[in-house]
Each structure stands twice: as C-alpha cells, then as structure tokens.
Design a protein around this ligand. Structure first.
Ligand SMILES: [Fe+2]
Ligand SMILES: [Fe+2]
Length: 280
C-alpha cells in the first residue's frame, strides 16, 4: 500500500526553521585587522567554502532524485541554499585572513557527474518518494552535523575574536539545518520498513564525509589532517553515528567510526550509556 507523506508534521518542522532564519552576519570580519600566516588553517577554511558552495550541486541532485517534489522540502531547501551560500562567502574571506589564496586549491566541482554517487544508486535502489526523501534527509542530518562539529572546533582554535564569533554563528545555523534534516528523516523513516532498509543500505555503502568527493580522496585527508588527527575532534565526529543510530530502523550504522578507523584517525571509545546527542 502506498504510504502518504508526513505533510502535516513536515509543515511544523518548516515553520520552526523559518521562524528563525537569515544570512549569517559577518561584517565584523571586514572590520577586523586580524591577519596571520597560517596557510594550513586558511586552506581548511577555503575548502569548507568550496564545500558550502557545492550545495548548489546538491540542489541539482535533489532535483534529479525528485526530492524537491515535496513542497515542504523545497521550501526548506530554498532558504537553506541561501544560508549556505553566505557561509561560503564568509569562509572565503576568513581563508584570505589566514594568508591563503583561493587559486591554490582546485576542486572537482566542474567535472563531477551529477548522476554518480548518491544520485544514481538512489534512483535504482529506492523506489518511491518516501524512501528517497528518507535517505536524502538522513544524509543531510549527517553532513550538517559534521559541519557544525567542524566549525565549533575551528572556532575554539582561532586567536581572532571576530573569526571565532562568525564561526560560532555559522555553527549555530548548521545546527538549525541539522535539526530540520534529523526531524524530517525521522518522519520519512517512521513506519516504512522499505525506506529504512534502503536508507541503511545507501548510507552504509556510499557515505563519505562532506567534501571528500569534491576535493578527492587523499586530498581531503591532507587538507583536514590537522583536525582529523586531533583526538578531540575525531571523538566529536562520532556523534554522527549516534544520530544515525537514533533514527528509526538505522540502529547499528557505524560509518563515521569505520571511516576514522580506516585512516587511523584516533578517537576516544564511545560511551555505552548513549544519551541525548546535543547539536547546539
Ligand atoms: Fe553551511
Ligand atoms: Fe548547513
């Protein structure tokens, strides 16, 4: 039997998100005279700017897989894109403050095939809009959680008050995105064994950290090495697995731990007690 989409509940999530949105304010960066020669951090910030800008590619993929046929998702995505675009501009500016020139980093932005990665397997594996939306929103929650963890971490490392404040503001916005995606994933997965099965299969087989596909394997690890090798950061990244496991039917998914293990990035063993995952 064809299941109805959880339209009413999605509307509540969209309303909560749209009650507090808008571009992140980063005028403070332009007024700051902070400048340093820290190319490694500058490169990370610039790579993050590219990953943020890549949301536009995601927008096209969303269209290919048909998730934007759901009015509530389309409404969210439209605003989400505007916010991610502003993150990209602020991060580009920050990378220059750290002495990094944008021409020093190439990406695969123009050469990637939209039908590859999540798009094509998704279309083959997931029949039905509910399953597609479930997988898309689960992935969204994971990537937003990586983003907010990364911005919090970088904010805590910087010596500039202005950079700190803007990174924290971006992290807060990523937290709003994450809440929306997590809530929506829960709704699409709930009561649908097919959506749960397909989402689990796609995430387990195809998930990668955001930007790894854009930058390229190896290069991604080289650029983000300074934080991936930081035990505290790697440990915080495990929240991604905890959030996924808390979703209906996705218990036991461990892709972040698997990724960190495969590259020998060390972390503190997760506590068995579980508990609420904080995302703010
Ligand atoms: Fe962002
Ligand atoms: Fe985001």
């Amino acid at each position: 039997m064809r299941q109805l989409l959880p339209t009413t509940e999605l509307r509540t999530l969209v309303d909560a998100y749209t009650s507090d949105w808008g571009p992140v304010a980063w005028k403070g960066l332009k007024a700051s005279d902070f400048h340093c020669d820290d190319r490694a951090t500058g490169q990370m910030l610039y790579a993050l700017a590219m990953i943020e800008a890549d949301s536009l590619t995601m927008r096209r993929r969303i269209s290919v897989i048909g998730a934007d046929r759901v009015q509530e998702l389309l409404e969210f995505i439209t605003i989400w894109l505007a916010e991610e675009g502003e993150h990209s501009r602020a991060l580009t500016y920050m990378s220059a403050m750290h002495g990094f020139e944008s021409r020093d980093l190439s990406t695969r932005a123009t050469t990637r095939d939209l039908r590859t990665l999540f798009t094509r397997p998704m279309l083959y594996a997931v029949r039905g809009l509910r399953g597609i939306c479930a997988a898309y929103c689960t992935l969204g929650a994971m990537q937003e959680l990586v983003a907010l963890t990364t911005y919090h971490h970088l904010a805590n490392r910087t010596e500039s008050v202005e950079v700190h404040d803007v990174l924290k503001a971006i992290a807060r916005q990523e937290s709003h995105h994450m809440r929306f995606y997590r809530g929506a994933a829960e709704l699409f997965l709930m009561d649908s064994r097919a959506a749960q099965r397909n989402t689990r299969m796609l995430i387990t087989r195809l998930w990668q950290p955001p930007g790894r596909d854009l930058l390229g394997t190896g290069k991604f690890e080289r650029i983000f090495g300074p934080i991936l090798t930081d035990r505290e950061y790697a440990t915080n990244m495990l929240k991604v697995d905890r959030v996924v496991k808390s979703l209906p039917g996705l218990d036991g998914v461990n892709v972040m731990a698997r990724y960190l293990d495969s590259h020998d990035f060390r972390y503190d063993a997760p506590q068995r007690a579980g508990g609420e995952v904080t995302v703010g």
